[in-house]
Ligand binder design. Structure first.
Ligand code: ADE
Length: 245
């Protein structure tokens, strides 16, 4: 399987250093991840390649002009028929693991990165399918947010991660925190690895890990537990954890 991202930005140079390393680099080489960068200024239409202007009604800051964005989205849509247009903005719906999973099934995605104080409202209304926010804080632009989306979505596309098994157990495929991990040495500065992990007893290890996941989630992100389908064993474990905590 493969996914194709088209990114529209006035800073296309920001992306390659991040999206051309490690896992994503290998995925691009294998062909299961395709990233196309589109410089918004190429669609500006004037000598100065202007993409922003003063806000109607006054106020500080600049607003991204509608014409270059509309032209860029239309041109990219022609290159990527059927692509969904997603705009990165703090006003968007929260980007979650569930959303990443949903997007990973799309074949083509156009990510529009806003800058300045905002984007002309008509772009949001008439050219964008959905808006995404990566959190309740304001970045200087949508570029870093778009990179977060590309990273989180790509690793869910079959073939992108070397070891497919590593996807299944991890944090948030079920919305629970992961159990603690250890590697060598067995004793690090006087701190030993939990003995069960050295026992070779796979059933005991599985139970220990599940219990750790449950107790961590309960301690750090209790609101997540409401979304998990708990089994009989989980409920028993939680009862003992709650008694201890
Ligand atoms: N652009 C600026 N801040 C953002 C955020 N938190 N999420 C998505 N895009 C943004």
């Amino acid at each position: 399987m493969a996914i194709e991202f088209h990114i529209i930005s006035i800073f296309p140079g920001m992306f390659e250093p991040v999206l051309n390393e490690s896992v994503l680099k290998r995925a691009r080489e294998k062909g299961c991840l395709k990233i196309f960068l589109h410089d918004l200024r190429d669609y500006a239409g004037d000598r100065h390649r202007t993409t922003d202007d003063y806000p109607y009604g006054g106020g500080s800051g600049m607003v991204m002009k509608p014409a270059p964005l509309a032209a860029a989205i239309e041109a990219v849509k022609e290159k990527a028929p059927g692509a969904r247009v997603v705009m990165m903005t703090p006003q968007g719906v929260p980007f979650t693991q569930a959303k990443a999973l949903e997007i990973s099934a799309w074949e083509k995605v156009i990510l529009v990165c806003g800058r300045y104080e905002g984007v002309d409202e008509r772009i949001r209304q008439f050219f964008v399918d959905e808006e995404l926010s990566i959190g309740d804080y304001v970045l200087t632009g949508g570029e870093l947010a778009a990179m977060v989306v590309v990273d989180a979505v790509s690793r869910l596309v079959p073939g992108v991660l070397g070891c497919e098994g590593s996807l299944k157990e991890e944090t948030f495929s079920e919305p629970m925190l992961e159990y603690p991990q250890y590697t060598r040495p067995e004793n690090f500065r006087g701190h030993a690895v939990p003995p069960v992990l050295l026992s070779g007893n796979h059933e005991e290890i599985r139970k220990w890990r599940r219990r750790e996941s449950l107790s961590r989630t309960l301690a750090k992100r209790p609101e997540l537990l409401a979304k998990v389908q708990l089994g009989e064993e989980d409920i028993k474990m939680l009862e003992t954890i709650e008694r201890i905590v």
